[in-house]
Structure formats: structure tokens, C-alpha cells
Design a binder for this molecule. Structure first.
Ligand SMILES: *Cc1c(COP(=O)(O)O)cnc(C)c1O
Length: 460
């Protein structure tokens, strides 16, 4: 009899201890790299070790090197934590260990994905026929959406890119905002288009693509064209004027892909939804469940209004596989992966547990807490560099790069909260992202107090 109780019981106890102490835990790693190497770098084991002992040793070894990004006072990058239902479903995903590539390999995973996909399409208000892929993150969602775009615009030009590749193909132009996310450039590299296919479109002071600049650029080009818009600038949270972008791009016969890694969730909030007007007019969208929906890593989502293009770009057949003939979902038709984790279980559980209202409540509360950061810091003379439209706040201390970087570093070491730094319009800034499902007023007030303490100590 295999002893499951030992290692799983150990993991459960460790998990409970971690999760229940998360609210009081210092928000930042405590150990140095040298200490972590010291704790973890064992010689290659020659002999077996008891699994429970391995788990206990692993948990103890990493303890001080974990960044408690699930804390309500973690505001770094745009991370998000994990809600209880999503976390528990993710555990079972590992226990069931389904290969979600094919219906035949896991009928349950395929059906759960199909249901979750239809919920997501409805939540975001996308066209009913939209196809969905459960990928690792927005990087691969951008890759997959842009692969569908590449297929469609070249097909329109009479070129079969899946068969003939890009050598000799008509050139593709990608019109993307100057403040696009770097994963767009990386996806274009993976797709063989390279970054020189990008025509950067001028943005406004918040990082939004200027529709007039796009219109002018579209006038000057013809041939296969992809427009890549953004909902949720990674620094400011700014949202491109999607309705106008879609209209202009479609008049010019271009495909519109939207990188909405965190911003798409704003479509679930009745208050914020108007900011995304016209979002349903795009052709493909990338978002993350592991950001604002607070599903554990890794969980990205790609949507395509033209399922045929999505399929043409991704699908694969192999003689030894069982491809479903009855209209059930073979996810390798929509995913760049072959074998893959059944990511749909956690997304399904997350949506079921929260409901539309619960998701909207998280989004609205994060938005309100971002505003609370901005208002309170402003009241203490701290400069807020952006309009707070979603969950992102950029602040700067004493109009001084060095002081700003010092405060960011001091806050990271102090342990009350954790924020990262950035450079915006050539100036150093502290970047505050409110993306965790538990963050409340008390978290914000404690964090503001910590920032002001560090600022006072660093010299103002
Ligand atoms: C986070 C983010 C990405 C990358 O997402 P991953 O999940 O890390 O792959 C892409 N675009 C934007 C706007 C983002 O915020």
C-alpha cells in the first residue's frame, strides 16, 4: 500500500499554515540567495528518501525565500492571489493529472473547459461563437491570438502560412501602440514575423493608442495588416479607444488583436464596463485568469471571434491520437501545447464560487483601493503620475529618481507591503498594482503608512 497520507498530509498541514499566516507574514523574501542555496543545494541524491521527509524538507528550505504574493498587501507587478475554490480545484487538477489535450484523454476536462469557456465569453460580452484556449499566460495567449491573425490576414492575401511558412509570403504589418506590452514583441518573434514588422503607433500621455495616429498609419499602408490594441497598460492601467480602433482597422481590412491581460476583467464590472466599449468588435483577445480572477498560476486565456482561423493556426493531427468526431472539445485545436494540464478545472471553480457579482466585486474593490492609495498619498504630498482608471497607480517621491528608487527598495525590505518600481516617461516611479481578492481599506492604510515611514527615513 502506497502511503499517501504521509506526503499529502504533510503538504496539507504546510498549506494551511502558510495560508492562515499569510495576512501577518512579512511581505517580502527574508532569506538571501546564499542562504537559500545553503538550505536547498544538496548533492544529487543517490538513494531514495521518504516522500513525507522530502516535502517537509522542501517546505522548510523554501520558507524564507518565498515572496508572499498572495498577501492582501502585495502590490507588485500585476500578480493576484488564489481564491479558496480555485486553489482547491487546482490541487485536484494535480491529483487527477488529466492530459487535457484531447476529449478522449479526459472527457471531464474537455466538458469543464467547454462550460467555463462559454461562461467567460458571456462574462466578457464577446460574440457567441468565440473560441477559447486555456493557455499558460497572456504571453501564450498573445502568441495564439496573433497566430490566428497571421493565418487570417495571409489567407486573405492568398497565402497558406501553415503550409508554406513565411519565406516568400507577403509582408505583414503589425500596428501596435508605442506602449504595448513586451510579450507582443516576443510573440511576433516566436511567429517568425520579427519585431521589425511593428509600426509603433503614437500614444497619449497615459499610454493609450491615439486613434487619429492609427487612422493616419492605416492610410499609408496596404496588404496584410494586424492591429494590436491594449486594454490595461501595464504601468497606468490605461485602456485604448477600442471601438474606434476596431472600426478604423476593419475599414482597412485589418485584424484586431487585443492584449487585455488584466484589463478584460473590467468588462465584468457594470461600473467600469463602459471604458471597454466596443471590445466585442475585435477579432482576438488575450487575458489571464491568474491575474485579476485570482486563479493560481499558470492560467491564461485566448479568445478568437473566428474559430476557423484559431483552429487553422493551432490544430494538429496524429495517426496515433483519437480526434473527436462528435463535436466535443479537443483542446489541441485551440492551444499551442500538445499534452497539457487541465487548467479549466480551476477557472470553472473560480467562476462558480464567485459568480458574476463576486468577480465584479473584486474588480470594483481593487479599483476603489487603487483610488484610495492615490488619494491618501496625494494628500501627503506624494505625486501620482497617472489617472487611476483600473488598478494601477504610479507614484513618485520628491520628483527625484534616486529618492524614488530608495523608497521602493526600503518598502520592499520593510515587510509591511511589497511594490515594484518602474520607469514612466523617463522618470523613476513606484508602481502599485491592486490585484488581490482580499485587499481592503486596512491593507491600503497600513501600506500607505509604511510608504510614508520609508519616505521619512530616506530623507524627506
Ligand atoms: C501581465 C501581462 C502580460 C503577460 O502575461 P503573462 O501572464 O505574464 O504571460 C501581457 N500583457 C499585459 C498587458 C500584461 O499585463
Amino acid at each position: 500500500m502506497t502511503d499517501w497520507e504521509g506526503p499529502l498530509g504533510e503538504a496539507y498541514e504546510r498549506a494551511k499554515a502558510y495560508l492562515t499566516t499569510l495576512p501577518e507574514r512579512p511581505v517580502g523574501p527574508r532569506a538571501t540567495a546564499a542562504e537559500l542555496h545553503q538550505a536547498l543545494a544538496h548533492p544529487l541524491p543517490q538513494h531514495p528518501t521518504d516522500p513525507q521527509e522530502v516535502i517537509a524538507h522542501l517546505a522548510k528550505g523554501v520558507e524564507e525565500g518565498l515572496l508572499p504574493s498572495g498577501s492582501g498587501r502585495f502590490f507588485g507587478f500585476v500578480f493576484g492571489g488564489a481564491t479558496p475554490a480555485a486553489l482547491a480545484a487546482d490541487w485536484l487538477t494535480t491529483v487527477w493529472d488529466q492530459n487535457a489535450g484531447l476529449y478522449a484523454a479526459s472527457p471531464a476536462a474537455a466538458v469543464v473547459e467547454e462550460v467555463a469557456a462559454s461562461w467567460l465569453v458571456e462574462l466578457f460580452g464577446l460574440p457567441a461563437q468565440t473560441s477559447v484556449g486555456f493557455v499558460t499566460g497572456a504571453q501564450m495567449a498573445n502568441f495564439t491570438g496573433l497566430a490566428a491573425a497571421r493565418h487570417a490576414v495571409l489567407r486573405q492575401a492568398g497565402w497558406d502560412v501553415e503550409r508554406d511558412g513565411l519565406i516568400g509570403a507577403p509582408p505583414i504589418r503589425v500596428l501596435a501602440g508605442a506602449e504595448r506590452h513586451d510579450t507582443v514583441d516576443r510573440a511576433l518573434r516566436f511567429l517568425g514575423l520579427g519585431t521589425s514588422c511593428i509600426m509603433p503607433i503614437e500614444v497619449d500621455g497615459q499610454g493609450r493608442m491615439r486613434a487619429d495616429a492609427l487612422t493616419a498609419a492605416l492610410r499609408d499602408i496596404d496588404g496584410p495588416t494586424i492591429v494590436c490594441a491594449q486594454v490595461g497598460n501595464v504601468n497606468t492601467g490605461a485602456i485604448d479607444p477600442i471601438a474606434e480602433i476596431c472600426q478604423r482597422a476593419h475599414e482597412a481590412g485589418a485584424w484586431v488583436h487585443v492584449d487585455a491581460a488584466f484589463g478584460l476583467w473590467a468588462a465584468v464590472s457594470p461600473t467600469l464596463k463602459p471604458l471597454l466599449a466596443g471590445i466585442d468588435k475585435a477579432d482576438s483577445w488575450a487575458t489571464d485568469a491568474h491575474k485579476w480572477l485570482n486563479v493560481p498560476y499558470d492560467s491564461g486565456l485566448v479568445f478568437c471571434a473566428q474559430p476557423n482561423a484559431h483552429r487553422a493556426a493551432m490544430s494538429v493531427r496524429a495517426s496515433y491520437l483519437i480526434h473527436d468526431e462528435n463535436g466535443e472539445r479537443d483542446s489541441l485545436e485551440f492551444n499551442p501545447e500538445f499534452s497539457r494540464r487541465a487548467r479549466g478545472f480551476a477557472v470553472y471553480a473560480a467562476i462558480r464560487a464567485l459568480g458574476r457579482d463576486g468577480i465584479a466585486e473584486i474588480v470594483d474593490r481593487c479599483h476603489a483601493m487603487a483610488n484610495r492609495f492615490a488619494e491618501t498619498l496625494k494628500a501627503h504630498g506624494v505625486a501620482v503620475l497617472n489617472d487611476v482608471v483600473l488598478n494601477q497607480v504610479l507614484v513618485r517621491f520628491g520628483d527625484d529618481d534616486e529618492l524614488t528608487r530608495k523608497v521602493v527598495s526600503a518598502v520592499q525590505h520593510e515587510g509591511t507591503c511589497w511594490m515594484s518600481g518602474t520607469t514612466w516617461h523617463g522618470k523613476a516611479a513606484m508602481r502599485i498594482s491592486v490585484s488581490n481578492w482580499t485587499t481592503d481599506e486596512d491593507d491600503v492604510d497600513k501600506s500607505v503608512a509604511a510608504i510614508l515611514r520609508c519616505l521619512a527615513r530616506e530623507g524627506l
